[in-house]
Ligand binder design. Structure first.
Ligand code: GLA
Length: 619
């Protein structure tokens, strides 16, 4: 069938000699089915990818109830499994557990890679830490239901199986047809978790992301969501633009609420035309106002979902996922469009191009604010119902492919109720993603630390929000919020017009500092030094490829009356170099910073403090 041939995101090469692929063909003579196992090994990266393709050479249809992308048996030894579980606003928390006899399973059944479990696992020797030891990572390049199974057998071997979740999956493979699984990217490191992460960062940036922005400095943006929610008009936006431009902010993103008659989350998803009551001059006017300020203009869409109160739903109630003659479950007052159907995808494509062809738009935030329930297509039949979830994501990928190809000048950012679809599949289309709606910098330490285990810093957007924080109500300094957000791709999630003069000056300084160092942050080598999952002091750093520059961030979560002095050891520097810590003018040897370390600035009583130090090689 046509859609089973739609392409999947995957790793690629830019030159023939970069990698070699071995295809092992297995044939089941009884069924008349062939299984091709594809192994691609990169010449200069410790990476092997694996996927499978099943071809039905028989005269009859074959039902695939489970088809994994990879399986591997690891020899006898104790192993730790490292995974990235989470929830809404607490995405990708690092979890590590010793594997015992039996089956350990990590999965998503939510129709998305999900907030709950990232499609990634690492198997590490028990003595492996951030800097030393052996570890094997396996990352599924896929954004829908996934399953990782780790089975430790009676002789202590561990069988790793990874792929599309068998839950709710049943693919009828017609005679003569084939089924391609998503790809797994395996990385092996003998230099601990940082070594594994650095290989993933390079691979995802260089050979999974395809956007023309994949190596570009990312613009510093301001988004109006937490500043206005649905309550804005052109004057309100103008006031944000007027305040943000002089601070050096480079892009304004108009978030949810600009279309249909949407003034709250009860209506208008699916009606992608501007709300003239709110914005009488249309999007062209907002785009012009933004460009007139010398800023780029970005726009929010949620293409896959639909409100019951929308023209699209009234015209096509059958375009929604659901079980015939049964109720459908609303989540955030939304239904999910049946993207397994090409007509539905075409309609959304046409609506979006009607906007994007007319208005100069530089960036799109692509949201997906609910998970899938009642995953049945009203246009399918009982023999094919088990295909709906995979066909849904193929439809999503198809829309992303068409739009990213047609508008290569647009920078796309993924989002899903925060970080509910932060995965390598999305990175193939969009070089950056919103990791969490949680902007509290203390919570973000864990979210960004966990996310960095696999995903490059250029892909992890991080915004300075307000204090007290919108979700938790915790109060933190502008310095703390800035330091955490500057550890990713920086942006602002606040009303610039409401900032005090002191905060405006602080933002201006942050923006200037970030512009000076963003190449190092976004494209330098990232080292996790001290983990928020293990200690009250958190540290990470960025080193330039030539080791002549480094940026160190240290955070102390809770203050203490008489804190013991804390020493942070740096990494990745040239041991022979002398480095100047530019804010203090102190000089250190590279070997000294890495072996003896430097004191984390002593903090007396305050909680939630951050220090940022820039080191430059003396010569
Ligand atoms: C999601 C996103 C937010 C914002 C809202 C708008 O929750 O994560 O950043 O865009 O949707 O509805």
């Amino acid at each position: 069938m046509l859609m089973s041939k739609r392409s999947l995101p995957q790793t690629y090469v830019e030159g023939e000699d970069e990698a070699q692929t071995l295809i092992v063909t297995l044939r089941d003579a009884t069924l008349g089915v062939t299984l091709e196992l594809a192994y691609t090994i990169y010449r200069d990266r410790p990476v092997i990818t694996r996927s499978a393709r099943l071809i039905n050479h028989s005269e009859q249809a074959v039902d695939l109830e489970k088809v994994a992308s990879m399986q591997m048996d690891l020899p006898t030894q104790p192993l730790d499994a490292i995974s990235l579980p989470g929830s809404y606003a607490r995405e990708r928390q690092l979890s590590r557990e010793r594997l015992h006899r039996g089956v350990t399973q990590f999965e998503s059944r939510r129709g998305a890679s999900s907030h709950h479990m990232n499609p990634f696992v690492a198997l590490a020797d028990p003595n492996t830490n951030e800097f030393q030891g052996n570890v094997l990572g396996a990352l599924l390049i896929y954004s829908d239901n996934h399953q990782v199974s780790l089975e430790r057998d009676p002789i202590g071997q561990t069988r790793l199986t990874m792929g599309i979740n068998e839950y709710n999956f049943d693919w009828r493979l017609a005679a003569g047809d084939s089924f391609q699984t998503p790809e797994v990217a395996m990385v092996y490191s003998t230099t601990g978790l940082n070594g594994m992460s650095q290989t993933y960062h390079d691979l995802l940036r260089d050979r999974v992301a395809r956007s023309r922005y994949k190596h570009d400095l990312r613009p510093i943006l301001i988004n109006n969501w937490e500043a206005t929610y649905f309550d804005f008009d052109a004057d309100k936006i103008q006031s944000i633009l007027d305040a943000a431009a002089p601070l050096g902010i480079e892009m304004f993103v108009l978030d949810d609420g600009w279309f249909g008659h949407r003034n709250d989350d009860n209506s208008s998803l699916g009606d992608w035309f501007v709300n003239r009551n709110k914005l009488p001059g249309g999007l062209a006017d907002i785009s012009k106002r933004t460009h007139d300020k010398g800023m780029r203009f970005g726009l929010w869409f949620e293409p896959e979902n639909i409100s019951a109160d929308s023209d699209l739903y009234r015209a096509h109630p059958d375009w929604v996922l659901g079980v015939p003659d049964r109720g459908r479950t609303l989540s955030r007052n939304e239904y999910v469009l049946d993207f397994s159907q090409p007509d539905v995808v075409d309609n959304i494509f046409e609506q979006m191009t009607a906007v994007l062809d007319k208005v100069p738009i530089d960036y799109i935030k692509w949201d997906m604010n609910r998970n899938l329930t009642e995953v049945y297509s009203l246009h399918s039949d009982s023999a094919h119902e088990g295909e709906t979830s995979h066909r849904f994501i193929l439809g999503v990928y198809d829309l992303m492919e068409r739009l990213t190809k047609r508008y290569p000048q647009i920078l796309f950012e993924g989002c899903s109720g925060g970080g509910g679809r932060f995965d390598a599949g999305l990175m193939y289309y969009m070089p950056q993603s919103w990791p969490s709606d949680n902007n509290d910098p203390i919570e973000r330490l864990k979210i960004q630390y966990g996310t960095s285990l696999v995903y490059p810093i250029s892909a992890i957007t991080a915004h300075v929000g307000t204090s007290p924080d919108e979700l938790l109500g915790w109060s933190t300094s502008m310095k703390m919020r800035g330091a955490v957000a500057m550890s990713g791709t920086l942006g602002y999630e606040l009303d610039a017009a409401q900032l005090s003069d002191a905060d405006k000056q602080a933002v201006k300084r942050q923006v200037a500092f970030y512009k000076q160092h963003r190449e190092l942050v976004q494209y330098g080598t990232f080292y996790r030094l001290e983990s928020p999952f293990e200690s009250n002091t958190v540290a990470w750093m960025f080193v330039s490829p030539d080791q002549k520059e480094a940026l160190l961030f240290t955070f102390v979560i809770l203050g203490a009356v008489q804190p013991e002095p804390h020493i942070t050891k740096l990494a990745g520097l040239d041991p022979q170099q002398t480095y100047v810590e530019t804010d203090t003018n102190k000089m250190y040897g590279g070997d000294e910073l890495m072996q003896l370390g430097r004191y984390t600035t002593p903090v007396q009583t305050s909680d939630f403090t951050a220090q940022v130090h820039y080191f430059k090689a003396k010569d």
